[in-house]
Design a protein. Structure first.
Lengths: 80, 305
């Protein structure tokens, strides 16, 4: 799951060499530099790739505090 | 009118995805039923009037706008997808939404749907809201249209029924499987609601299921003008807006590209028109817009190639 998420982040950031620059503890905003526009588009890609649905209302910022946390969050989402 | 009748094209424009026909009027001058002549003094005065109305309304409402924006910015630190207080209020109180439409559509309240191509038969209206289009259609005595009204906002639907704009509704999302039967509509219509639909690929798949063979999908939606869109990404993208929630934004070209990428094999683009109606939403000073009108055909068999 995490490898696919990194691929999707690389796609959003339009940076093919992105995979080598992140670790499981990298913060999606502070370290990876995703802005709000990129975050929304990442969520759309994640929904499409994993057939899940993210509830925008209940989403919390701590899901973005590291790649590992975000991966756990995505893995725990119910299938749409 | 037969929904399969050809849609009258305006002017052609090159450089769009193969298989789509993109037709555009003068992006900067066409308005509601006024001859397309951007140099006419009368037209210039009308544009000036709309800009003045925008400045007046913005001045009047700016304390609400900035208070909402301040809270929105603060809350987004906790949840980047936070729905602003203003958007929550508009969702909870449909009367407030209708009043906000009066401001946004000034001075074209009654003509905001004039850009729609003619359609008839069994029509699924996606994102019917409080029934402003139903009111428009009743006013024009178009009796050959049988609407099924669908929206995700139950408050708006109940309000529409209370006002007698429609009598029944479907509370559902078009990008999820709806409770409606296969092939039960001649037209699926998105009248200024398309930018609110999260997953267009799933939405079009559902449209293809619901449409009879030869049926149409009609999408009328605001898109950014090229000079503003030039600073935006080349593809359509989603933003969290403090006054409209999480929405899609497109330019004319990225809209067509996005459609082409989202369509199932049984839906094809017949035409895309752009008409810039003269109202406050289009002539605002932040994100100037125009209306795009796309018509898609449903075929029983996927197109070859």
């Amino acid at each position: 799951v995490q490898d696919k998420i990194v691929q999707l982040i690389a796609q959003v950031k339009e940076d093919e060499a992105f995979a080598g620059k992140v670790t499981g503890s990298s913060h999606l905003v502070d370290d990876m530099g995703l802005d709000s526009l990129q975050l929304i588009n990442l969520i759309l890609l994640v929904e499409e790739a994993f057939s899940v649905e993210v509830d925008f209302e209940s989403f919390e910022i701590h899901h973005l505090s590291s790649l590992d946390r975000f991966t756990d969050y995505v893995a725990g989402l119910p299938k749409a | 009118m037969d929904p399969r009748a050809p849609i009258r094209p305006l002017l052609t424009e090159d450089g769009h995805p193969e298989g789509s026909r993109v037709v555009c009027t003068d992006r900067h001058s066409l308005d509601f039923n006024i001859p397309c002549d951007s140099t006419s003094r009368r037209h210039q005065w009308q544009i000036a009037l709309v800009y003045a109305a925008f400045i007046f309304l913005f001045g009047l409402l700016s304390p609400i706008y900035y208070l909402n924006r301040w809270d929105f910015t603060r809350q987004k630190k906790r949840n980047p997808f936070y729905t602003s207080k203003l958007v929550q209020l508009l969702g909870r109180y449909p009367l407030l939404y209708d009043v906000s439409m009066l401001a946004q559509n000034f001075p074209a309240w009654r003509r905001i749907y004039d850009v729609l191509p003619e359609f008839s038969g069994d029509v699924l209206q996606v994102g019917c809201g409080t029934g402003l289009l139903n009111k428009y259609v009743k006013h024009r005595r178009r009796e050959n249209i049988r609407f099924t009204n669908m929206d995700a906002n139950l408050n708006a639907l109940q309000f529409g029924v209370r006002l007698g704009r429609y009598s029944g509704y479907v509370h559902s999302f078009i990008d999820k499987r709806t409770p409606l039967k296969d092939q039960s509509f001649d037209v699926v219509l998105f009248a200024r609601s398309f930018h609110h639909v999260r997953n267009h690929r799933k939405a079009f798949a559902e449209c293809a299921r619901l449409l009879r063979d030869g049926g149409l999908v009609i999408v009328v939606d605001p898109v950014m003008l090229p000079e503003y869109g030039a600073r935006a990404p080349s593809a359509g993208y989603m933003v969290n807006s403090s006054i409209d929630g999480v929405i899609w934004r497109f330019t004319q070209n990225s809209f067509v590209k996005h459609l082409s990428e989202c369509l199932p094999p049984t839906l094809t683009i017949r035409s895309v028109n752009c008409v810039r109606q003269l109202h406050v939403s289009n002539y605002n000073l932040f994100v100037p817009q125009t209306d795009i009108i796309a018509v898609l055909d449903k075929r029983s068999q996927p197109c070859a190639g």
